[in-house]
Design a protein around this ligand. Structure first.
Ligand code: NAG
Ligand code: NAG
Ligand code: NAG
Ligand code: NAG
Ligand code: NAG
Ligand code: NAG
Length: 933
């Protein structure tokens, strides 16, 4: 677990698995494994709780829990990719703490920084809860991973276990409580170990007095900050452990100074992480919590439209309305129901506001009221609208942008590409080509020329579509309804990409793809003009595109530049030969539960090894690492990963090292210098054929590097500085900088930075979130660095959550106003009544939610007359259910519970009279006890 003490080469570390994903029996548990176990545990609890609320049954998945097993038990197998993605995202943020904050004691509960460490956790919890309230789940995940790290380290780095504790310290997730009896700064806590034996190095009076301490840590010899008599972390990297008192107390692994307590520490870390997640769940509610971990009822996909609303667009908007209705009518309640609906209108000069809802009916209603306005110009703010969509849709979504006009905000191109690459989103453009006619007619009614959107304007949309693996479909307004049929398939929860390629300029080329047993509805989408193709099936049968009577194509449709070909399902390797001199794109999709996801990661140069997720393009010409995760099958394995050059098709196959739990590390010797896609082949156990999947997204490496490291919380009303560094392996150059943020916050940044070859230059972006922005709003900052000749670009994408300063750390409280009961031994003869007042204190944010979590009685809430901050609860239950427990949550997500119990007393006669009292005057005379927790 936690800090590995092997001072070996970082890459070696990736492979020996000291901090990697390996789970070998008897091996130590690391942060990733602790985190995954806790998430699986908490997800099972959330699904069980949801089933209970809804009166449905829930069957525990088999032990040990796996992501697939848990998703299936939750009835959400189709969410398994999103679930995997959420788990990976949380884990990568967790291990980043060891890389970015290796020497900050508070992030590891080192050096007795208990108060500071707890502060990191509780401040982070406020942000996570606020993010969840606003539906900003990706931002919540990142913060959650970061705060899990110190929470888990506490059990390894402090003497909590040595003090004999067998339960987590639940006050680490509650601000303003007592963490325990923390050792005085001057108090000695350790003695030197006896040789390598550190089993008894904590002083007896520390143990006897139940005094908390933790180890000191330092990398530099002779400059220790360890006060006399204090414990060290321990291990060969920690130089403080060589100074009296020598040795250490950490329980990171079995080999650690206190390795004999590793298992207890790791198990407590799992339990503490589960507790943290449970608190987050109670604050959010079961469904939002499940969405945070990537589990949704329907598809994990969004239905996302970005649409031009200028006057000439009325036909197109009718199509948006029809498609929305179609999808909502056929998909609501099915596993293909979009998890969120997003609509972003744009014209000129405006764009937005964004509409994002999980309510299908509301969305349909809003779309149906969409009207056209303005847009006097020829150009519209399409990329601004697209940027907003890319920062609001879940990762791996598919976005449809409708327009008949060129982009006015072309300078956002690289920002949009950065967001496409970071979120692996597919962007499709639905371009209707009567624009110039209509628009010119408005301004000059004599000019009735019919012309399509110009070639160079269309090129921008083509470039963006191609970068994302989507299509730029150009059709007439009359043809649009046919082209829009593709949108229906795009929301399928199980849509997978088998092949995606493009050639610009066009050239004759052959491509292969595999249809495996799990794939249904194989479909080929092509954009391009004047092209023909020949398909060859696995059995060698061929069919030309011009041949309407063959057996391979079950249906084919061409509108504008867009061709849809549905294939006969035949398992095995297919080939398609494309013949055209014009640019074209080819995309082969199908539906299957088996898919993959991946991140670029970078081995850490720091003392603890491990790897960090990249928020940027990888380094051109250097080695690189991919973390590939399979979803949809517990028994699938990767057999081959290749980077395929997007324009030429040449490919490099890579070495794959399994890390267990469906994770694979893939080593790239030299990152390609041109655009590439990632292709994965694998095999599901027992299957006769390999499967082949591809990232739709096209990636690039860069000779520029961007790094930034800042807190991910923006305090409203306070200016936040985000320092960043640009470095280059190119000649000395003035690099252009552009920083954009998804909420248009006031921001400053240097527009040009001189970057000298082999040196780096620092810059700062400032952001100011106004007080009017609600807590939990996310801000996505994209910093783009571009060379003067435009040939190379890199970027960094950072997510922040806004927290409005509100120091409410106290949970809401319950006050029992009255309790009456006629409970007697024969409980079915009697009932009890309680009346409870719930408040959030004078300085609290106010009560948000009160729910019944135990008890079968009739439960009602109302607001106190004249005081919205007080919730009144009335409860009537049979005496056979004498316990009731309330969950009370305030508006910042502080969670409390209150329990009341009816006591048996009186006689049958009394209970009968109590019944009469209840009926006649509401409340009787009998008072019973209750207690609060
Ligand atoms: C699972 O979560 C529950 C609730 O937080 C906790 O009590 C339990 O210890 C967890 N299980 C494990 C194995 O940590
Ligand atoms: C990076 O630099 C190398 C060597 O100068 C060059 O071949 C390559 O094209 C550059 N890559 C990019 C993405 O500019
Ligand atoms: C960078 O810009 C400055 C100011 O315009 C100019 O003086 C300098 O020569 C430029 N440096 C390079 C390497 O282009
Ligand atoms: C790198 O840049 C810094 C700041 O401009 C400068 O002080 C330093 O001398 C430069 N180093 C090299 C090797 O050029
Ligand atoms: C640039 O920033 C890094 C990281 O914050 C810092 O270590 C370095 O000293 C800075 N360099 C200059 C020249 O200011
Ligand atoms: C309790 O009361 C119910 C209803 O009067 C009666 O049917 C039942 O037999 C009683 N049970 C006992 C144990 O007295």
């Amino acid at each position: 677990m936690i800090r590995s003490v092997f001072a070996v080469l970082c890459f070696l570390l990736l492979h020996i698995g000291a901090q990697a994903f390996e789970i070998l029996p008897g091996d130590s548990l690391n942060h990733q494994e602790i985190t995954e176990q806790a998430i699986l545990n908490a997800t099972v609890q959330a699904c069980r709780s949801l089933a209970q609320t809804e009166g449905t049954s829930f069957n525990n998945p088999a032990q040990p829990f796996t992501a697939e097993g848990v998703a299936a038990a939750c009835g959400a197998s189709q969410s398994s990719k999103a679930f995997r993605q959420a788990i990976t995202s949380i884990k990568l943020r967790n291990i980043r703490v060891d890389i970015r904050y290796a020497l900050k004691p508070s992030f590891h509960f080192d050096e007795e920084e208990f108060v500071q460490g707890r502060r990191i956790i509780t401040d982070g919890m406020v942000a996570v809860k606020a993010d969840n309230r606003m539906g900003n789940y990706e931002t919540a995940r990142e913060k959650l991973g970061e705060i899990m790290h110190p929470l888990q380290d506490f059990y390894s780095h402090s003497n909590w276990v040595e003090l004999g504790n067998t339960l987590p310290n639940s006050n680490l997730i509650k601000a303003e409580t007592s963490i325990g009896n923390i050792a005085d700064q001057n108090r000695a806590t350790c003695r030197s170990c006896v040789g390598n034996d550190c089993t008894n190095n904590i002083l007896e009076d520390i143990i006897a007095g139940q005094i908390l301490t933790s180890g000191y840590f330092g990398l530099l010899p002779f400059v220790s900050t360890k006060p006399p008599g204090k414990c060290s972390h321990g291990g060969s990297v920690d130089q403080t452990s060589k100074i009296e008192p020598t040795g250490g107390i950490n329980k990171d692994s079995f080999q650690s100074s206190h390795g004999h307590l590793h298992t207890q520490a790791a198990n407590l870390a799992v339990a503490a992480t589960s507790q943290l997640l449970e608190d987050i769940r109670l604050a959010a509610g079961d469904l939002p919590f499940l969405q945070m971990v990537g589990i949704s009822r329907g598809s994990s996909k969004a239905l996302c439209f970005v649409t031009d609303t200028s006057k000439s667009m009325s036909d197109d908007i009718e199509v948006v309305k029809t498609v929305t209705s179609t999808i909502i009518n056929i998909e609501v309640g099915t596993e293909n129901e979009p998890s969120v609906y997003i609509l972003i209108p744009f014209n000129d000069p405006g764009f937005g506001p964004i509409i994002r809802t999980t309510d299908a009916t509301l969305f349909k209603d809003i779309v149906n009221h969409l009207t056209t306005t303005g847009g006097g110009d020829v150009e519209e703010m399409s990329l601004s609208g697209l940027q907003l969509a890319l920062t609001s849709a879940p990762f791996n979504s598919e976005i449809f942008l409708f327009t008949d006009a060129p982009a006015k905000d072309k300078d956002l191109k690289n920002t949009v590409i950065a967001l496409i690459e970071r979120t692996q989103t597919v962007v499709n453009f639905m371009i209707t080509d009567s624009v110039v006619t209509n628009r010119r007619r408005r301004r000059n009614s004599n000019l009735l020329q019919t012309r399509a959107i110009s070639e160079s304007d269309a090129q921008l949309y083509r470039d963006l579509a191609q970068a994302s693996g989507g299509q730029a479909i150009v059709v007439t307004k009359a043809e649009l309804p046919v082209a829009a049929a593709t949108i229906v398939q795009s929301v399928s929860s199980s849509l997978v990409t088998l092949l995606q390629a493009s050639r610009d300029p066009g050239q004759t080329d052959s491509f292969t793809f595999i249809v495996d047993e799990t794939v249904t509805n194989p479909t080929v989408y092509i954009t391009g003009r004047s092209l023909t193709f020949t398909l060859t099936s696995p059995t060698g049968v061929t069919q030309q595109s011009t041949d309407s009577t063959g057996s391979l194509i079950t249906s084919s449709e061409t509108v504008g530049n867009f061709i849809t070909v549905r294939l006969l399902k035949q398992v095995g390797q297919w080939a398609i030969r494309m013949v055209s001199n014009n640019p074209y794109t080819l995309r082969v999709v199908g539906e299957s539960s088996v898919d993959f996801l991946f991140d670029f990661v970078e081995p850490s140069q720091g003392p603890f090894g491990g790897f960090d997720a990249l928020d940027t393009r990888p380094k051109a010409g250097a080695s690189g690492t991919l973390l590939v995760t399979l979803s949809g099958s517990d028994s699938a394995a990767v057999t081959e990963v290749a980077l395929v050059e997007s324009t030429k098709g040449s490919e490099e196959t890579l070495g794959v090292v399994s890390q267990g739990s469906g994770n694979f590390l893939v080593q790239v010797d030299v990152m390609p210098t041109v655009e590439f896609v990632v292709r994965v082949k694998g095999r599901v156990q027992g299957s006769a054929t390999d499967f082949q999947r591809q990232s739709p997204t096209n990636f690039r490496a860069s000779n520029l590097t961007l790094t930034a490291n800042s807190d991910s919380i923006l305090t409203a009303g306070t200016m936040t500085s985000v320092p960043f560094t640009v470095a280059s392996t190119r000649a000395d150059e003035n690099i252009t900088i552009r920083a954009t943020n998804s909420r248009n916050l006031d921001s400053t940044f240097p527009t040009v930075l001189l970057v000298e070859s082999g040196n780096s230059t620092n810059g700062t972006v400032t952001l100011l979130a106004p007080l009017s922005i609600p807590s939990g709003s996310d801000v996505i900052l994209t910093i783009v660095a571009e060379t003067p000749d435009g040939s190379d670009t890199n970027y960094i994408v950072l997510r922040f959550s806004v927290v409005n300063l509100l120091n409410d750390f106290t949970q809401p409280a319950c006050q029992l106003l009255s309790m009456q009961s006629g409970c007697v031994e024969n409980c079915s003869l009697s009932a009890w009544v309680a009346s409870v007042r719930v408040t959030d204190g004078d300085s609290g944010a106010g009560v948000e939610r009160v729910s019944l979590i135990q008890g079968t009685g009739v439960f009602n809430t109302s607001l106190e007359a004249g005081n919205e901050n007080v919730t009144l609860v009335s409860y009537v239950a049979s005496c056979c259910a004498p316990v009731m427990q309330l969950l009370v949550v305030d508006r910042v997500g502080n969670v409390g519970t209150c329990q009341f119990t009816a006591r048996v007393s009186g006689s049958a006669a009394a209970s009968l009279s109590f019944f009469l009292c209840l009926i006649i005057m509401g409340f009787g005379q009998l008072l019973l006890s209750g207690f609060m927790k």
